[in-house]
Design a protein around this ligand. Structure first.
Ligand code: MRU
Length: 350
C-alpha cells in the first residue's frame, strides 16, 4: 500500500493561495493551511509551519508570485514597487537558509527581464517561474538521492540530524533521499534520527517520515549520538544544509557540527546533501553566514506544561556551522563535491 505523499507547498491559483502542510502540528495532525496574504506567508516561514531550506525557497517563490498577482497593472513602475515590497518582507522572514534569497532573486530577475512587457504577461511569467523552481527542486532531489545512495551499502547503519526529508523540500528530500530511495530498492538501512533539540525536527518530522515509509528508524536524544557511533552502529552520517559557503563550511540545524566532530572522532564518513541552490558562492566562509537566533523560551517552555528551567539566561541559535574539514563529501544534483571544496564547488557551477 503506497502512502499519500505529504505536500509541503502547493499553489492554489484559483483561490490565490499557497497551501502548506502545517509542520508545527506533526506528527499528531496532518493539516493543510491556505495562506493568502504576504503577512501570512512570512509568518508561516518564521514560525516553521513551512520549513527546511528548499521548501522555504519554494514558499517564497509562490509568495512573490501571489504578491505580484495582486499588484497594480497601471505600469511597470507601480507593479514593481508592489512586488519588491512583498519580496523584501519575505526575505526578512528567516536569515540563514540561502534558498530563500536564491528563489527571490530568481523571481526578481524574471520580473526585471520583462520590464518592457505588459504587466499581465509579467504576472504569467512569474507564475511559471515559481512553478519551475518547485518542479526543478523535485528533479534535484531525485538526482541527489541517486548520488547519495551510490555511496551506501545495503544493511548499513546511518545517522541523521534535524529533518531534510520530503516535507523540507518537494520530494524524497536531500539527506533522507538516499534512505527513502534505498527503502524502495530493498537496502534495509537502520537509521538513527537525532531528536534535534529544541524544536524536535528529528523526532517530530524525521522519525515520522521514515517510520511512515517503513524504514527501520530509531529515535535517539541528541546526546546519545556518541554512544551509537562508539557501538559501531553507524557507518555514515547524512545531513541537509541551509547554506554552504564557497569553502565548503556548512550551516545546518544547531547540533550538526557536534555530529560531524563525533563522526570524525570515530572515523565515520559525514556527508552533507543539498541542491546547488543551497551553495552560496557569495559567502566566502562559514564566518560570513548569518545565524538565526530564535526565541529562547523555545528551550525553557516549548513542549512542556510548565517551564523546565529557572528564569536563568538562555541561548538559542537555530543553526551552527560545520567546518569543511569535517565533511567527507557534499552531495548535490550535479554530483559529489570532494575536498578541496573551494575548487570542487566552483566546478559544479561551470
Ligand atoms: O529550522 P529548520 O527546521 O528550517 O532547519 C532545517 C534544517 O536545518 C535542514 O537540515 C535544512 O534546511 C535542509 S532541508 C532539506
Amino acid at each position: 500500500m503506497s502512502l499519500e505523499p505529504l505536500i509541503p507547498n502547493r499553489l492554489d491559483d484559483e483561490n490565490s493561495a499557497l497551501v502548506i502542510l502545517d509542520q508545527t502540528l506533526l506528527p499528531n495532525q496532518v493539516r493543510y493551511v491556505s495562506l493568502r496574504t504576504n503577512e501570512e506567508i512570512c509568518s508561516a516561514i518564521r514560525t516553521l509551519q513551512v520549513r527546511g531550506a528548499p521548501a522555504i525557497g519554494i514558499a517564497a517563490a509562490y509568495g512573490a508570485y501571489l504578491g505580484a498577482k495582486a499588484a497594480p497593472e497601471s505600469g511597470f513602475e507601480a507593479f514593481y514597487a508592489h512586488f519588491r515590497t512583498d519580496c523584501d518582507r519575505l526575505a526578512a522572514s528567516r536569515p540563514t537558509a540561502v534558498n530563500l534569497f536564491w528563489a527571490l532573486r530568481r523571481m526578481d530577475r524574471k520580473a526585471l527581464s520583462m520590464k518592457d512587457c505588459p504587466v499581465p504577461a509579467i504576472k504569467a511569467a512569474l507564475r511559471e517561474e515559481a512553478l519551475a523552481i518547485h518542479r526543478e527542486d523535485e528533479e534535484r532531489n531525485k538526482a541527489i538521492s541517486e548520488y547519495g545512495l551510490s555511496l551506501l551499502k545495503p544493511g548499513q547503519g546511518l545517522l541523521t540530524h534535524c529533518n531534510a526529508g520530503p516535507i523540507a523540500t518537494s520530494s524524497y528530500g536531500t539527506a533522507l533521499g538516499p534512505i527513502l530511495l534505498g527503502q524502495e530498492r530493498g537496502f534495509g538501512f537502520r537509521v538513527f534520527a537525532d531528536e534535534t533539540r529544541p524544536l524536535l525536527q528529528g523526532a517530530r518530522l524525521t522519525a515520522f517520515e521514515l517510520h511512515r515509509a517503513g524504514v527501520d528508524v530509531t529515535l535517539i536524544c541528541d546526546n546519545m549520538a556518541s554512544m551509537v557511533m562508539k557501538n559501531g552502529w553507524v557507518q555514515a552520517c547524512l545531513v541537509g544544509c541551509d547554506r554552504v559557503a564557497a569553502n565548503g563550511d556548512t550551516a545546518n540545524k544547531i547540533g550538526t557540527s557536534g555530529v560531524a566532530i563525533l563522526a570524525h572522532h570515530y572515523g565515520i564518513p559525514f556527508y552533507v546533501l543539498g541542491p546547488t541552490s543551497t551553495i552560496d558562492p557569495d559567502t566566502p566562509t562559514g564566518e560570513d553566514i548569518p545565524i538565526e537566533q530564535r526565541d529562547p523560551e523555545e528551550i525553557r517552555s516549548l513542549w512542556y506544561e510548565k517551564p523546565m528551567a529557572p528564569a536563568c539566561k538562555l541561548f538559542n541559535p537555530a543553526f551552527d556551522v560545520t567546518d569543511h574539514r569535517l565533511i567527507s563529501g557534499i552531495i548535490t544534483e550535479k554530483g559529489i563535491a570532494r575536498p578541496p571544496y573551494t575548487q570542487s564547488l566552483q566546478k559544479l557551477f561551470e
